[in-house]
Design a protein around this ligand. Structure first.
Ligand code: DON
Length: 300
């Protein structure tokens, strides 16, 4: 495994075209795209990594996986009355279907659906408490107390988050938010601003792996369902392409991270800040395609 990761990291770092870094969150716009890290946390407890696997990055939408798990823990299957389970075929921040579909977002991984998940785990508590709970969940999953929120990234996104505010107001107009738009957005932007290294993210992803020594933070049924949603909706309008190329459930973030699950074997985290046209890590996706090809870990 180590030599495979070393080879994949070397190939990625030699690529002259790493894609372009997201610029709509000013605090993330200045990051050097020529970085690449990968880490694999195996079901037997071994962890392998290569490249910039110890560099912290903003997990952004990868946080939606932890948020969904927490929301399900808080409100259970009630959440499915407020958010669907189908791919949207549209970009992560699209507002288009919300009007046609009466304020019910297609799935919990597009921004509109993630705002409903955040509202669900807020469930009447204050943002500080809810975020404390989210961090406790992530730290327990990774077995690492150092994982934290980058306040500057959160503030930067709140300042410029007109599209997310629009989505939240739109949801509220349909009665699909319980907390105020300000509280939901403040909590959501802090959730997205969690920072982790590839190594920490791979370890945190183990709660989605079906093996005896993994952190048992969600039931077997929920773990399967979260993996199913990652496969069908985890890369927005690029979900079909990721399933086609990689064949494993994955959740991407605009910070360039991707969490990928090999359901009975391992959690894999890959990071490179340059993005492809869907807003998902370009080198990260290409590296996962190579990884899946070389390991034969596609679920199909
Ligand atoms: O809400 C946003 O726009 C960001 N905090 C997260 C978006 C994101 O990561 C999309 N993923 N590729």
């Amino acid at each position: 495994m180590q030599s495979l990761l070393d080879e994949i990291a070397a190939e990625a770092l030699a690529d002259p075209n790493p894609g372009s870094v997201a610029s709509y969150i000013p605090e993330l716009a200045g990051i050097d795209p020529h970085q690449f890290g990968i880490a694999v946390a195996l079901a037997n407890g071994e962890v392998y990594s290569a490249g910039h696997a110890e560099v912290p990055f903003s997990i952004q939408s990868v946080s939606k996986v932890f948020a969904l798990a927490l929301a399900l823990g808080r409100v259970g299957d009630q959440i499915w009355r407020r958010v669907g389970r189908e791919p949207s075929g549209l970009s992560f921040d699209s507002i288009l279907l919300l009007e046609r579909e009466d304020g019910i977002p297609r799935n919990p991984f597009i921004n509109a659906g993630a705002l409903v998940a955040t509202d669900s785990y807020l469930a009447g508590s204050q943002p500080r408490e809810a975020l404390g709970e989210l961090l406790r969940f992530i730290r327990a999953a990774a077995d690492d107390e150092r994982i934290h929120i980058n306040e500057r990234v959160a503030a930067s996104e709140i300042e410029t988050g007109h599209r997310n505010f629009s989505l939240a107001h739109y949801l509220a107009s349909y009665g699909n938010l319980q907390a105020s738009v300000e509280k939901v957005l403040g909590t959501y932007c802090h959730q997205c601003a969690v920072e982790m290294t590839c190594r920490q993210l791979a370890l945190a992803g183990r709660f989605l792996v079906d093996a005896p020594r993994m952190p048992g933070l969600v039931s077997v049924e929920r773990r399967r369902r979260i993996n199913a949603l990652m496969m069908t909706c985890g890369h927005y309008d690029g979900s079909g392409d990721f399933a086609f190329r990689v064949g494993m459930p994955g959740k991407s973030g605009v910070g360039g991270g991707i969490l990928v699950i090999s359901p009975s074997r391992a959690a894999i985290a890959v990071w490179s800040p340059g993005l492809n046209r869907y807003g998902n890590s370009k080198l990260g996706t290409e590296a996962m395609e190579r990884f899946a090809h070389r390991t034969g870990w596609s679920v199909f």
